[in-house]
Design a binder for this molecule. Structure first.
Ligand code: DSN
Length: 380
């Protein structure tokens, strides 16, 4: 029975050391909202402009969640509009592209192989098929080379530049991206899916002083449900709203929207700031110890919640290393590394992060122990 399998999965989640940087443990209150009767309701449209009746409470919920978005990101409703309806980050990104540049539009983003994301124009994703993407990457040192990004932008003349990644262990310099965007008359979009919780908790600079559009998922460092948020300058939001609904979606998942609200209320508490800072401190401790133990880290370390390890010097591949760690109760994901000569199914790297273990209360000393355990598992 599914009920029993859910119990089994919950037990697995408690048993393992979860180092997947895009996963986390949502609170009981977030899970309660997700499992609430809100799942029964249809509410196509926007607050107070719905195609279904009986939405007086749902309107209040959606309005409140939007207010919370302004609060957590410290932004003004005079300048920004918010959409909390996208089912996922993939849809949020697609809607942003459709609304901001339209099909066939030129977009510059980080390549997946260098840390970007499938929805940043990879050819196997519809983003890569529907829009004209060009990509930048990192240098051999693992850092974004902003001069190179500027050079590509000048030649390609994109209408939109995307910054943000799913496997970049360093800080984003949003100001530099803004300068590049301005130099070619492009819009700037920051996909902060990975670092949203760090931004909210003041553990990573905010993109809002510089970006025109910000997209994020809510289940990663933000520790909410699987959902997404789009924030855009007011003049851009009409097209983006229409791309979300009716362009890409039907009825919004009100239970998820409510759960996003719960996670944002939690993120406003002082304890969340502590959590975000501890997540970064833990990542630094893990990275430092792994380096001491001889591991090869892309870019030599981390500024955020994640790190990438090249496991090929150990005579391993990402797949083999991940499987070995799983057998020993440590969960990671296999990952391409920049300039990888191997393929995504069995790449050269593994990606590790600290959002989930920090939620469980782990501290720097625990990270040192975890690093040593990883060394034993991968070298014995
Ligand atoms: N799959 C997510 C991650 O693990 O980073 C991004 O969508």
């Amino acid at each position: 029975m599914i009920k029993q399998l859910i119990k089994k999965e919950a037990a697995r989640q408690r048993r393992v050391i979860n180092l997947v940087p895009s996963e986390n443990y949502a609170s009981k209150d977030v899970l309660t909202a997700l499992g609430s009767p809100l799942t029964n309701k249809y509410a196509e449209g926007k607050s107070r402009q719905r195609y279904y009746f009986g939405n007086e409470v749902v309107d209040q919920i959606e309005d409140r969640v939007k207010e919370l978005v302004y609060k957590v990101f410290k932004i003004s409703p005079k300048r920004w509009d918010v959409n909390v309806q996208p089912y996922s980050g993939s849809i949020a990104n697609l809607a942003a592209y459709l609304g901001a540049v339209g099909p066939g539009g030129r977009i510059l983003a980080m390549s997946l192989e260098h840390g970007g994301h499938l929805t940043h124009g990879h050819p196997v994703s519809w983003s890569g098929k529907l829009f004209n993407f060009r990509h930048y990457g990192v240098g051999r040192d693992g850092f974004i080379d902003y001069d190179e990004v500027g050079e590509i932008a000048r030649k390609f003349k994109p209408k939109l530049i995307v910054c943000g990644a799913s496997a970049y262990p360093r800080k984003f310099d949003f100001k530099k991206f803004r300068k590049i965007a301005d130099s070619v008359g492009a819009l700037l979009m920051a996909d902060i899916a990975h670092i949203a919780g760090l931004v909210v908790g003041d553990a990573h600079p905010s993109p809002f002083p510089y970006a025109d559009i910000v997209t994020t998922t809510t289940q990663k460092t933000l520790r909410g449900p699987r959902g997404a948020i789009i924030v855009a300058k007011k003049e851009l939001m009409d097209g983006i709203d229409k791309a979300v609904f009716p362009g890409l979606q039907g009825g919004p998942q009100i239970h998820t929207i409510a759960a996003i609200g719960v996670c944002l209320e939690e993120a406003l508490r002082p304890s969340f700031k502590k959590y975000a800072k501890q997540t970064v401190a833990n990542a630094k401790a893990l990275a430092t110890e792994l380096k001491k133990l001889g591991f090869k880290l892309i870019s030599g370390g981390t500024d955020n919640h994640l790190m990438l390890i090249d496991v090929t010097p150990l005579g391993l591949t990402g797949k083999v290393a991940g499987e070995r760690l799983e057998r020993a109760g440590i969960i990671v994901n296999k990952n391409m590394i920049p300039y990888d000569t191997r393929k995504p199914w069995d790449p050269s790297g593994i990606r590790l992060g600290t959002p989930a273990v920090t939620t469980q209360g782990m501290k720097e000393r625990d990270m040192i122990r975890v690093a040593r355990k990883i060394k034993i598992i991968l070298t014995q």
